[in-house]
Ligand binder design. Sequence first.
Ligand code: TPP
Length: 282
Amino acid sequence: MGKVEDLRLFAEEIRVATLKEFAALGFGHVGGAMSVVETLAALYGGAMRIDPKKPDWAERDRLVVSKGHAGPAVYATLALKGYFPEAELFTLNKPGTNLPSHCDRTKTVGIDMTTGSLGQGMSTACGLALGQKLDGNGARTYLIIGDGECDEGQIWEGALFAPHYKLDNLIAFCDKNGQQLDGYVKNVLDTGDLAAKFAAFGWFTQTVDGHDPSAVDAAIQTAAAHTGGPSMIVLNTVKGHGCTFAEGKEFNHHIAFTKEEMTAALISAGAILSAARAAAKA
Ligand SMILES: Cc1ncc(C[n+]2csc(CCOP(=O)(O)OP(=O)(O)O)c2C)c(N)n1
């Protein structure tokens, strides 16, 4: 089994498990969850220094999913890694659940930072990375922001901060799917060339296909080898990727769907998962 096939398989497992979470609820933040699946596969498929049996390990790497509405994809990843039983995924956003629609570190085992108010994750990730550097424990902080989220001024405060404090243990991803809550980023408030902007702020910047888990993994390795400042990996992605009723729609941020639509989506994603399973076995 090669690593390329393993990461692809893990990504498709995450996608199907995430869709099943939404299926149990009937609605949700489908678009922005689907676009970070491959990045989560790369992170939890080998890049991060973690131990699911020791979720409180002080020297672990941290992940801040600043676009906290992608929580369901993170929960699927954590469950598949064994942080908690997969059956819990069916409680998503229901009364008494440990899995709220947005990430909450006080509720979910394995979630490192509470998020949902866009922009704030950039600041908390900077703080975590600075703390890790002061501790000298070699741990890293990973951060996922959205391109719509880059409309927040707080993002650019962190963009100044991280290079100033030489946070080379901070590796960020910008999920550039071109869409946000109520339309296309270019129409709402265009963020332009994000790679050029972060580079101008002093970040080591790469741009990759965000739906190729091996390309994301390779970019993480390159970023990890970079010293002297933070890294930004711009992910070219498609909002709703791999979900038949969400992909390609302008309004796919928080959506309801019919049983038939979800059944069709699960059949399609399930077939891709089966092919990935066969490729990983070959
Ligand atoms: C401070 C703040 N303002 C507004 C919102 C409402 N909101 C939730 S998601 C979203 C769009 C985010 O777009 P993007 O970061 O591109 O996420 P993606 O499209 O990848 O899901 C908005 C405006 C919020 N959560 N926080």
